[in-house]
Design a protein around this ligand. Structure first.
Ligand SMILES: NC(=O)c1ccc[n+]([C@@H]2O[C@H](COP(=O)([O-])OP(=O)(O)OC[C@H]3O[C@@H](n4cnc5c(N)ncnc54)[C@H](OP(=O)(O)O)[C@@H]3O)[C@@H](O)[C@H]2O)c1
Length: 264
């Protein structure tokens, strides 16, 4: 009998990551749930274990802002014989506000989480995944990846990095068994900050909004169809199109106005 395989989801205790874990479980996957060591992570894992008793669910509480975290996650998988065939690099941290209003350490942590840990996990897990007949990586970026966003500069730059890295690596892996999908969601009501932002940004944000479940399910379907860049929702795709014909300076002014209001 062949060895069981696993889907590994980072940031699996809340929001989009939790929805990915739940959706993958519903589709029959065994799931490895990785997030900060908070009680929520255990709650989600226990809930999945009782809902799907024939599948296997394991949790690892770890801070992905710690430099050695990707190595610890790989070691945990190797020590327990977990073979990963779907890696979902979802954990990430957003913010808005004047650049200087936060200490440099905040941005170091944000860059470590949004970019460095994602690269580390991709690098460390690729050999295991390339040894399989078929494997996938989903990297979670954002619609912010398509714009320069004043008052959200490090976040949007970190998501541009995820988008660019994912597309380049996907090309590099052509002919191998691994495909990379990059998810660029608009607004997804997952935590109080995002919900407040949705209210403040008004109609456009509300029209773009998708639930975590809709995002996870749509992305997994598109991944199976071999789509490289996934933007859930008609309105976000429309805004992206419109964005390409609006002159750069006008776009920058609109975004600066939107996000200065929304700064925290
Ligand atoms: N929500 C949106 O509107 C939106 C839009 C575009 C892109 N995104 C991207 O989608 C991804 C998920 O966003 P979300 O809104 O679902 O986030 P969320 O609701 O805040 O959940 C984040 C998840 O990541 C975990 N996490 C946070 N910091 C961590 C760390 N240092 N180490 C390990 N785990 C950590 C959290 O654990 P705890 O719950 O214990 O904190 C939680 O499980 C992010 O990459 C985000 O940038 C979100």
């Amino acid at each position: 009998m062949s060895k069981p395989t696993y889907t590994l989801v980072t940031g699996a205790s809340n929001g989009i990551g939790r929805a990915f874990a739940e959706e993958c479980a519903e589709r029959g996957d065994n799931v490895l749930l990785v997030a900060l060591p908070e009680p929520k992570l255990e709650e989600v894992t226990n809930q999945l274990s009782s809902q799907y008793p024939e599948q296997s669910f394991h949790l690892l509480g770890i801070n992905l802002m710690d430099q050695g975290a990707p190595q610890q996650i790989l070691k945990w998988c190797n020590d327990n014989g977990f073979t990963v065939n779907l890696l979902i690099n979802n954990a990430g941290l957003g913010n808005s506000g004047p650049f200087v209003s936060r200490p440099a350490e905040f941005y170091q942590g944000q860059m470590q989480l949004n970019m460095v840990s994602l690269v580390g996990l991709t690098h460390l897990f690729l050999p295991m995944m390339m040894a399989q007949e078929k494997a996938n990586i989903i990297n979670v970026a954002s619609m912010a990846a398509f714009y320069d966003i004043p008052f959200k500069g490090i976040y949007s730059a970190s998501k541009k990095f995820v988008l660019s890295f994912s597309r380049s690596l996907n090309k590099e892996l052509e002919g191998s068994s691994v495909k990379i999908t990059v998810l660029c969601p608009a607004s997804v009501p997952t935590n109080p900050d995002v919900m407040q932002r949705e209210k403040e940004l008004g109609l456009m944000a509300r029209l773009s909004s998708r639930t975590p479940k809709q995002v996870a399910s749509y992305t997994l379907d598109k991944m199976l169809q071999g789509k490289q860049v996934v933007i859930p929702g008609f309105f976000p795709r429309l805004y992206k199109r419109i964005g390409t014909v609006v002159p750069y300076r006008t776009r920058l002014n609109i975004l600066a106005k939107q996000f200065v209001k929304n700064s925290k």
